[in-house]
Structure formats: C-alpha cells, structure tokens
Design a protein around this ligand. Structure first.
Ligand code: SF4
Length: 184
C-alpha cells in the first residue's frame, strides 16, 4: 500500500518513516506554511530532504514558504491557531494523496509529545472520509527518545520551537512565559 506521509522536519520523520516502511511504500510531503522565519523554514526543509535522499524515500513536494497565507488564516484567532495549523497541513496532505493515487496518508505530527494527539487523530479520520482514502493512525510518540538519539547521532538540525512566530516568542520571551504560567 502506498502511503503519503506529511513531514514537518527531518528529526520528527525518522521514527515514523522507519515504522511505516515496515508495512507501506512511504513517500514524504513537506507542507508547512506554519514555519517561520524563512531561514528556519529552509533549515527544516533541508534536514528532511537530506534524510530522505540518504534513505531513498521519495519526496513528492518540498512546498514553498507560506508565511503570509498562514498569518492571514490565524490572525485574530491566535489562541486557537493550532487547530487551523493542523487541519490545513493535514487537509493538503489528504487531498494530495487522493489526487496522486495514494491509498493512505498520515503525519509526523503524531510523533510529537507537544501536539494535541486527539485532535490530530480526529482531524485525520474526518479527512479520510472526505477524500475517500485511509488515515493511518499510529502513536509514534513511543519512538520519541529513539528519534532524538538518532537525529543527534546523524548530526541533523534540531529545531528549538514548534514552528510559527507565535511559538518562537513563547519559547524565548521570558516575560510572556511567566505571564502564561501565572494566568493558568
Ligand atoms: S504552535 Fe505549532 S502547531 Fe500551533 S500554530 Fe504554531 S506551528 Fe502550528
């Protein structure tokens, strides 16, 4: 069975690619307009490309920088932006998979301990119905440490924040972090 894997970066793709390759013919799809700024987008894209080339995983598209479109979608909805971010990236993957004759799709976002796993699963299930293909759900978080160790061993670029400029501020702005902690 041919599966299209939405990939967010190189390190997060290691474990899902290894696992899925045991059962499926995997192709990668890099669609991540949420990653800012441009240099960060390029670093993540290049780390994925290098990993896939070394491991002979076809990449069907490496996408283009989509900061403007992303911001247009989330502005005034900053606090719920992750839902927009998940559904946009996953819908593009499901649509592309259906158009290109893949039987299934899934995402490396299921590898992250920091994402909303239940929402991702629900989103994938709904999109599978909409596009008439299978969504392969796997809890890739079980390979969390394996992926970290392997990416360090391979000298891959490892990103320090989720992706969007809002998450970059949340990662580095000490005052904002303090404020968020005290308002919880
Ligand atoms: S925090 Fe991460 S998942 Fe949420 S909108 Fe930003 S890039 Fe997307």
């Amino acid at each position: 069975m041919k599966i299209l894997l939405h990939t967010c970066c190189g390190p997060c793709s290691i474990y899902p690619i290894e696992e899925l390759s045991k059962e499926y013919a995997v192709s990668a799809y890099f669609f991540n307009p949420n990653i800012h700024p441009f240099q960060e987008f390029k670093r993540r894209k290049n780390s994925l490309r290098e990993y896939c080339e070394k491991n002979r995983i076809p990449i069907i598209d490496l996408g283009s920088y989509g900061m403007k479109e992303f911001l247009r979608k989330v502005v005034f909805h900053e606090n719920t932006r992750c839902n927009v971010c998940y559904s946009w990236r996953m819908e593009e993957t499901a649509k592309r998979a259906a158009e290109d004759g893949f039987e299934a799709f899934t995402t490396t976002l299921l590898y992250s301990r920091y994402q909303n796993h239940d929402k991702l699963r629900q989103c994938g299930t709904e999109l599978a119905e909409k596009y008439g293909i299978s969504f392969i759900y796997k809890d890739f978080r079980e390979g969390w440490q394996y992926g970290i160790d392997k990416s360090i061993e391979l000298g891959m670029y490892r990103q320090p924040y989720c992706g969007c400029i809002y998450s970059e501020q949340e990662r580095y702005d000490k005052l904002l972090r303090k404020k968020n902690n005290t308002t919880k």
